[in-house]
Design a protein around this ligand. Structure first.
Ligand SMILES: Nc1ncnc2c1ncn2[C@@H]1O[C@H](COP(=O)(O)OP(=O)(O)OP(=O)(O)O)[C@@H](O)[C@H]1O
Ligand SMILES: [Mg+2]
Ligand SMILES: [Mg+2]
Length: 455
């Protein structure tokens, strides 16, 4: 029999799979051929089992994913390099090598760390070819221009950005508004539940996958809306998106910093941003002096990690302050002790900062008999005109924490405006309703601007 010479690398075509060209490493050390495949789904087609899978046919390019389907002919256990046995699916489909077309069995390798997206094994080579590993492309040679031409139709023309909304509840007002605003501007936006995404940490091919194995690799930007209870995991995910080159509207570092009231307060005082006098101590032995230090009762005690005003307490007398502080300490809870700004009369100001500018602001008035102005504590929002000092304070605070989107809370005191806190996922409902402004749209436009995308 007259056997053809085959080199160490060859181009294969899979007409039925819809793969116009894929470079294979000829590997006589492997029995069965294999192809890189992700998102595998087995299904029944009549009496047969078939499998759907995606192939990224070009090396070092995950932007093209071809959806394939082929008949499942076997399931085999293979030992991975880590020694763990895994089941691999084997499909059968025709392959074209130059003039020859023949059926080939392919193991679906569910990983994309392969340098070559395909390996051509002995079963396919034997009785057809003689391998001369000193040579390449003996069957067919495709130039870069040939490959560009073959894949031309796969490069979709971009009409908008692909944005991921990384949050927990798609039905929240803020999340619904962000989805609406992105779509209104012609972008594609996908809701991702923080807790359903998972990561692969690897220097060569880091990944983020989502419930069911889908690889998330097509996003241009992420809007993080991380609730406090998932800060740790959410920030790890944001860092992973960042590592993959995806723009994150607020960085993991910025979110982490802003969530730690003590750390944020230290950053503020270091940068000459005025806050109410604040004390922090570990030992209960100097509680009396701690109270004196912040000008005595009435004073405010705050849990380090609190939201919606839930962990903020007013102690009216020194005695009350002392027992509350020591009670928290006895259960090892970190708290801040803060002078009470009585003259604020239960009011505070929320400034919504986007890309360094205050885009809206509102005043919140606490319910009668309550000092906390939080909407969740029954506070009422209204429109307010802020002073230029307040505007500068809000913008500076967001800048110091490096937050592109921030809800900056300010309290008006006899000493002038004081910074209360900065929120990295400020709610949209209160401020949009109070001001009538389209803040969601501002946030989407801010992403376009950062990515230099014009619509
Ligand atoms: N030192 C203070 N003096 C007077 N009032 C204060 C003081 N600190 C906080 N408040 C009031 O209590 C409210 C809640 O406080 P703070 O914003 O620090 O807590 P929070 O639980 O983090 O709320 P959120 O993150 O939801 O805005 C403030 O909006 C303000 O109305
Ligand atoms: Mg807060
Ligand atoms: Mg607050």
């Amino acid at each position: 029999m007259d056997l053809k010479i085959i080199g160490s690398e060859e181009w294969c075509i899979f007409q039925e799979l819809g793969i116009p060209a894929i470079k294979a490493r000829v590997d006589s050390g492997a029995k069965t051929s294999s192809i890189q495949a992700t998102n595998l789904k087995v299904y029944a087609k009549g009496a047969q089992e078939w499998v759907k899978f995606e192939v990224n046919p070009l090396q070092e390019n995950r932007s093209i994913a071809i959806e394939c389907e082929a008949r499942l002919v076997d399931r085999r256990m293979v030992k991975s390099s880590s020694g763990i046995s895994e089941e691999r699916l084997v499909v059968k489909t025709p392959v074209t090598l130059g003039d020859a077309v023949f059926d080939i069995e392919l193991t679906l390798a569910n990983r994309d760390t392969m340098e070559f997206r395909m390996l051509l094994g002995r079963e396919a080579i034997n009785e057809r070819y003689i391998v001369n590993s000193a040579l390449e492309y003996q069957i067919q040679r495709f130039t870069d221009a040939d490959i560009d031409e073959k894949y031309k139709s796969f490069y979709k023309e971009k009409t908008g950005l692909k944005i991921a909304l990384l949050a927990s509840n798609p039905n929240l007002y803020s999340n619904k508004r962000l989805i609406e605003a992105a779509e209104a501007r012609g972008h594609e936006i996908q809701f991702l539940n923080v807790e359903l995404a998972y990561m692969k940490l690897d220097a060569r091919s880091p990944e983020i996958r989502y419930r069911g194995g889908n690889i998330l690799n097509e996003f241009d930007a992420v809007i993080p809306r991380i609730k406090p209870s998932v800060t740790f995991y959410g920030c790890a995910l944001i860092r992973q998106f960042d590592n993959l080159g995806v723009y994150c509207q607020n960085s993991a570092e910025a979110i982490t910093q802003s969530r730690d009231k003590l750390f944020a307060s230290q950053l503020f005082s270091k940068n000459d941003i005025h806050i109410p006098i604040t004390g922090f101590a570990k030992s209960p032995m100097d509680t009396k002096d701690l109270i004196k230090m912040v000008n005595g009762a009435p004073l405010i005690i705050k849990l380090l990690e609190s939201t919606q005003g839930k962990g903020v307490v007013l102690a009216e007398t020194n005695k009350a302050a002392e027992s509350v502080i020591n009670a928290f300490k006895s259960v090892n809870t970190n708290i801040l002790v803060q002078e009470f700004i009585k003259e604020a009369n239960g009011q505070d100001i929320r400034c919504f900062v986007v890309n360094g500018k205050v885009v809206a602001s509102m005043q919140r008035q606490a319910e009668k008999g309550e000092f906390r102005a939080n909407i969740h504590q029954g506070g009422k929002a209204s429109i307010v005109k802020i002073t230029s000092e307040e505007r500068k304070l809000a913008q500076k605070a967001a800048k110091i924490l490096n937050l592109a989107v921030a809800g900056v809370d300010i309290i008006r005191s006899n000493k002038g405006p004081l910074l209360l806190e900065v929120n990295s996922s400020p709610g949209l409902e209160g401020i949009e309703n109070a001001t009538g402004k389209d803040i969601a749209n501002e946030m989407i436009m801010a992403i376009e601007k950062k990515l230099k995308f014009s619509i």
